[in-house]
Design a protein around this ligand. Structure first.
Ligand SMILES: Nc1nc2c(ncn2[C@@H]2O[C@H](COP(=O)(O)OP(=O)(O)OP(=O)(O)O)[C@@H](O)[C@H]2O)c(=O)[nH]1
Length: 605
């Protein structure tokens, strides 16, 4: 079954997409403030910020709050008018709630509405009625039940192994993300590989070739296999992560083609967060490798993507030295790239024996599915071709025996086809999911059972940690329609904790400006991005032996390891890394730059 995989984040983005301007810094609070002010007209920046924070950075909801607050300051007399009071004089007056409709039901998890009530009177000092400003509640009646509370003591308990040893039915899965600098040739490489493996009908390929020519993008026909949207095709740039599945002799491969453009790094993070292994595609042309590696301020996406992939749990890397056809298959250039890249990959934590370099041409289809016949290349390379390397990648090694966690990437309802009903899809980060299992979805707290499972295009009775699956739900205790990408499906007995404060052990990236206390950052976890603050820098530690180098350092500079306390702007589903790697790993960014990545070591509250 072909899946619609859009990797939405919790910030409402559907409508954002149309007028999305990649030149804007979508990681910055200022971006969201500007989006609100654009619609409401002049408003106090702090007021907008607070409305955004109180509404989980939902732009539409914040606009409504600001407009409602504006209306009240403009028409105080009218609002206070006794004629407008409830006709039932003895009954408590029903608050006049503006009818607010939002595109996606906004899920209130904890304090936000309370915080809103506290904040607005202060913002609107002239208003004499605090009651008046309490009114803007978003779809209150749809607020789902909260997740089961986990006591503070339980937060950091180690989970028991609740599943027996895994015996897979069928080939083990590898989740493979394709990363690299913009235009390195990622989509072309994977499109051509899928074509050579027989997954793309030659007639379709022919049509792509013809249509590409028609819009003057002659060499993009293979990229179109993965770049499916009109915008991607017209601009010749991957924007969102594309997902395709294919089989090799010994593996089921879930292929995730990530965008290379700097502005779409958050989408790349969504893809890499699901991966076990990566293909890092390098444009070997003179100057192209150099700008992809060094880039602006030493931040080429070659470096940033490899750092992010490693910190998100990818340990095996195939480096595809691509476009070598443009360099006459020069072995010297191949080795030069290897020698410059390898020390950096070691620095970010890749082991030498987990990294393999391969000379290729994605456009020419050379060294992808068979040994190269081109004499200039065959004279010095007789290693495995790309598909052989993929076939020997170690399968997913997730927390197979721990309680089940499925990080939801998509949630939708189907009324026809093989899968019917409410479906959630995503990757199982830990445990096993079987038909009839009792589940709970956090943060909604909605319970239900598993009706059917589909993986790699086939129905299954069981799915394991590391696999990408579609799960059909049944027996809802609550409204499955409220389940959104970013939520977590869990075994009913072990719901994932939600916290605002936690400690991480992190390493800083090649940063220009130091990390300081109170610094605001954007945290990426799985497909979510959430504003957070560095509450304390507790210790600088030695990255090799973990010994404390300095207590309470004032700041952190590049490539430093440290223990930090982080405060999130709202409760978020998190795990200790030792309990679930996929939900215990975070990436922190600022103004579109990756600042650091780390693992959660303690959940506080
Ligand atoms: N000569 C040559 N050109 C290539 C090769 N691979 C890709 N290209 C060209 O490089 C350009 C960019 O290719 P894409 O596949 O769109 O690159 P990408 O890395 O997927 O781009 P983004 O996802 O937008 O970062 C296209 O014009 C391709 O035809 C190759 O091996 N040799």
């Amino acid at each position: 079954m072909s899946r619609h995989r859009q990797f939405k984040r919790d910030i409402e983005e559907d409508e954002d997409y149309e007028d999305f301007d990649p030149m804007e810094d979508t990681d910055s609070p200022d971006y969201y403030i500007a989006r609100v002010i654009e619609k409401t007209g002049p408003a106090h920046k702090d007021q907008v910020l607070k409305a955004l924070q109180a509404n989980d950075w939902n732009v539409q909801a914040a606009i409504k709050v600001i407009n409602a607050a504006k209306q009240k300051t403009q028409k105080p007399a009218q609002k206070a008018s006794p004629q407008k009071a409830s006709p039932q004089k003895n009954a408590a007056p029903a608050p006049k709630q503006p009818e607010i409709k939002v595109a996606q039901p906004q899920i209130k998890i904890a304090e936000p509405s309370k915080k809103l009530e506290e904040d607005l009177p202060k913002l609107d000092a002239k208003s004499s009625s605090t009651e008046e400003v309490k009114t803007p509640h978003i779809e209150e009646s749809k607020t789902p039940i909260l997740s089961p509370q986990v006591s503070k003591q339980d937060l950091n308990a180690d989970y028991p192994d609740i599943y027996p040893d895994i015996v897979h039915d069928g080939k083990p899965t590898v989740n493979l993300v394709v990363i690299g600098h913009v235009d390195a040739g990622k989509s072309t490489l994977m499109g051509h590989l899928l074509f050579l493996l027989g997954y793309i009908d030659p007639k379709v390929m022919h049509a792509y070739e013809r249509d590409c020519k028609a819009i003057g993008k002659d060499s993009f026909q293979y990229a179109w296999v993965l770049d499916g949207t009109t915008e991607e095709r017209q601009r010749g740039v991957t924007i969102d992560v594309a997902c395709k599945e294919f089989s090799t002799e010994n593996r089921e491969v879930v292929l995730l083609d990530a965008p290379g453009h700097k502005d779409f790094v958050p989408n790349m993070i969504s893809g890499a967060a699901q991966a076990d292994a990566a293909i890092l595609v390098i444009d070997s042309c003179q100057g192209a490798f150099e700008s992809g590696f060094e880039g602006e301020n030493h931040h080429g996406q070659t470096k940033e993507h490899s750092f992010l992939a490693r910190s998100l749990g990818v340990s095996n890397l195939i480096v595809g030295v691509n476009k070598l056809d443009m360099m006459n298959w020069d072995q010297g250039r191949f080795l030069e790239i290897q020698n410059r890249l390898n020390p950096f990959l070691r620095t970010v934590g890749f082991r030498d024996n987990s990294v393999t370099y391969i000379p290729i041409s994605g456009l020419g289809g050379v060294n992808l599915t068979s040994k190269p016949e081109i004499p200039e290349l065959a004279s010095w390379y007789n290693g495995p071709c790309l598909i052989e390397l993929i076939d020997s990648l170690p399968p997913s090694q997730k927390d197979a025996k721990k309680p089940a966690r499925l990080c939801i990437m998509d949630s939708y309802k189907l009324s026809h086809g093989t899968l019917l009903g409410q479906i959630v899809s995503g990757k199982i980060e830990s445990g096993t999911i079987s038909i009839n299992d009792k589940i709970v979805i956090i943060p909604t707290g909605i319970k239900g059972r598993v009706k059917a499972i589909e993986k790699a295009g086939h129905s299954a009775t069981k799915a394991y940690a590391g696999e990408n699956v579609d799960v059909v739900l049944k027996d809802a205790e609550g409204d499955f329609g409220l389940v959104l990408p970013g939520h977590v499906l869990c075994s009913e007995l072990y719901p994932v904790p939600q916290v605002k404060n936690f400690k991480i052990k992190a390493v800083t990236f090649d940063i220009l400006f130091p990390v300081t206390r109170e610094q605001n950052l954007i945290m990426h976890i799985q497909s979510l991005k959430i504003p957070v603050k560095v509450k304390r820098i507790l210790q600088q530690i030695d990255p090799i032996n973990g010994k404390v180098i300095k207590e309470r350092p004032r700041c952190l500079t590049k490539f430093m390891s440290a223990i930090l306390e982080i405060e999130s702007s709202r409760r978020v589903c998190l795990e200790k890394f030792s309990n679930c790697k996929g939900l215990g790993r975070v990436t922190l960014r600022d103004h579109s730059e990756t600042v650091m990545a780390g693992m959660v070591i303690e959940l506080l509250e």
